[in-house]
Structure formats: C-alpha cells, structure tokens
Design a binder for this molecule. Sequence first.
Ligand code: FAD
Ligand code: NAP
Length: 316
Amino acid sequence: MTAAQTEMDAEKLREQFYNATITELRKPHDDLMVLRVRPDWPIPAFEPGQYTVLGLGAWEPRLPGTQPERDEGPPSRLIRRAYSISCPLLDDAGRLVTVDELDFLEFYVALVRRSVERPPALTPRLFTRRPGDRLYCGNRIRGTYTLRHVRPQDTVVFAATGTGEAPHNAMIAQLLKRGHRPPIVAVTSVRYRRDLAYLQTHRRLQELFDNYRYLPLTTREPENLDPSHPRFVGKRHLQDYFESGAFERDAGITLDPRNTHVFLCGNPQMVGAPVPGPDGKKVFPAPKGMVQVLTERGFNIDRPNAPGNIHFERFW
Ligand SMILES: Cc1cc2nc3c(=O)[nH]c(=O)nc-3n(C[C@H](O)[C@H](O)[C@H](O)COP(=O)(O)OP(=O)(O)OC[C@H]3O[C@@H](n4cnc5c(N)ncnc54)[C@H](O)[C@@H]3O)c2cc1C
Ligand SMILES: NC(=O)c1ccc[n+]([C@@H]2O[C@H](COP(=O)([O-])OP(=O)(O)OC[C@H]3O[C@@H](n4cnc5c(N)ncnc54)[C@H](OP(=O)(O)O)[C@@H]3O)[C@@H](O)[C@H]2O)c1
C-alpha cells in the first residue's frame, strides 16, 4: 500500500471515530501537557472530580523515543484511556472559574515513555497532537470521586502525585466558588518542580482565598537527594510527610477525622488501598500507603454502603 493510500484510510477512520477537537495545548515540558478539548456534542452536567475517556486510533504515529509497541492488534482499532477532568481554576481575567462554566474539557496528562507491564499505547500518540487536531472523547462523564459527602463545616485535604492533581483542581474551584469557609489544603508530590503545571495558579489562589493552601513537594531535586545541599530535606513521599506531622505543621491544620475529608489521587502505591490477603481478608500493602496512614489516625475509607472520609482514585 502506498503512503498516500494509508493516509486516505487514516482520514476515513478519523472521520468515523473522532468526535472532538483539541482547542488548546500547553506543554510545561516535553513529558507533560494540559490540553483543552471541545466535543462536537454539548457537554453534559457533571460533578467536579469525575472522569471521561480520550482516544486515538492505533493508526496514529507514536512519538519518537518512546517504547516500541509489540503487535497489539489491528491498526484500525481505537485506543482509549480514562482521564480525570481538570480545571484552569482562574480564567483569563484572573477570576475563579468552575468546570460548569466552561465550553471545553481540560485534561492534565503525563507522557508515559515506557512501562514494564506493557508498552504504553495512548500517551506516546497523544503527545504528537497539536491544537486543531481531532480525537475521540467519551460522552459519558462518570465516577464517584466527588465532593458529595463534604459538609460546609469540613476541612478538605487533597493529596496527589503528579497529574493526580487534575480532579482536585476541579473540586477546589467548586469549593471556593460555593464559599466553603473551613481550610482547603492541596498537597502535590512531583519528581521535579517543573512537573507542577498549575503552580502559579495555585499561588494566586492562595492570595485570593485566605482559607486555601497549596503545598508542592518534590522528590528528586538537589534538596531531596544531596545531603550537602544547604536546604536539604531528603526525599519525602506523601506518606512520610503526613506520618511525621510535617503536613499538619506546614498546612496549619489538625487531621481530625470528625470534620476532615481526605482525597487521594494518582500513584496506586501512594494510595495503598487494602488488597485481599491470604485468608481473603483485606490487608494493607507494603510499603505503607496513605490509606493506612490515615486509617491509623481514625479515618475510614468511603464505600458505597458506608460513607467515609478517605476518598481515592488510582490512575493505574
Ligand atoms: C479514573 C482514571 C483517571 C485517570 N486520569 C488521568 C489524568 O488525569 N492524567 C493522567 O496523566 N493519567 C490519568 N489516568 C491514567 C490514564 O488512563 C493512562 O493510563 C495514562 O495516561 C497512560 O496511558 P498509556 O496508554 O500511555 O499507558 P498505559 O498502558 O495506560 O499505562 C502504562 C503504565 O504507565 C504507568 N502510568 C499510567 N498513568 C500514569 C500517570 N498518570 N503517571 C505516571 N505513570 C502512569 C503505569 O505504570 C501503567 O501501568 C487515569 C486513569 C484512571 C483509571
Ligand atoms: N516527571 C518527569 O520528569 C518524567 C520524565 C520522564 C518520564 N516520565 C514518565 O511520566 C510518567 C509520570 O511520571 P510522574 O513523575 O508524573 O509520576 P510518578 O512516577 O507517579 O511520580 C510522581 C510523584 O509520586 C512519587 N511516588 C512514586 N512512588 C511513590 C510511592 N510508592 N509512594 C508515594 N509516592 C510515590 C514520586 O516520587 P519518586 O521520586 O520517589 O518517584 C513523585 O514525587 C511515568 O511513566 C514516568 O516514567 C516522567
């Protein structure tokens, strides 16, 4: 088949499967993007914290330098992955904006260049896209990772690794918009400072709202790895930061399970949700994750039949 024929086939498949347009795309660095997608259909009402699906055809090219794919099926298939809906938090005029006020969906995505389990399929293709390009966007927005149990008197803590911040941005905007008065604290752990795509926005939000606090944590900067660094703090994962009391000191709050909800999103090892043990009973995984740290402080996992104050979303 000639290159021209292959491109004609790809164009037909795009017309058949794609139902949305990338309107904006910001890359803080080569491996991180914030993209805005405008679907061809009206965006349905949804709850901050929920997710939908983005997709691209296997016929699209992969970014050079990413792990080659094994033969994983026909090139005409659509590759789909779940993505939490993020929020710009502030509009161009610097005013607080919530997801229901936007005519686009914002996503915050990390490039997975390689993976031991299986070669990553979607992000090596997504990172070749440009504004104006078309893609697939699922029209069912869903998920139970939402603010529905948060009462007006509750302190709310959002803890994320990397792009796990995405659903938190949508929830933070909603809480601030509805005039939530108790403390709202967001802590995000990233490898490097450059991985904080929304840092300036969170800093501005702190100036605008005295009950809002943003605590960025890095794990691979010189102050994390080099003991001779004048501001050496070591490598602190979120679990260590919470367990040592440093989080409460920096945030200026007490983690009181009677009036605090904690939301955890991103790396499943950070979340550390209980898994079935040898006798079928649930046990905490090792090393310790955030769910165990919080359970030991009297918090309970939120379950469909037993509402609790630990909420989590795992990205893989
Ligand atoms: C409910 C839900 C919401 C999600 N929301 C987001 C989001 O807002 N932003 C986002 O970047 N990802 C999000 N993800 C992950 C996303 O669905 C993809 O798995 C990810 O983008 C990688 O896709 P891939 O096809 O390239 O690789 P995959 O084949 O899906 O994953 C390969 C491997 O990459 C690693 N990995 C996957 N996602 C990440 C990540 N985000 N950070 C670090 N390592 C990762 C894991 O080891 C995984 O096994 C979400 C997942 C779920 C289930
Ligand atoms: N961020 C980059 O510059 C970069 C560059 C190239 C490729 N990538 C790829 O992009 C993807 C996303 O990377 P990411 O940095 O956003 O996500 P990530 O690997 O999940 O790291 C985000 C944060 O979570 C921490 N973390 C890792 N394991 C943890 C655990 N068990 N408990 C608690 N915290 C933990 C990391 O600390 P640690 O420092 O201990 O890992 C880091 O601070 C990955 O596939 C990665 O390979 C990222």
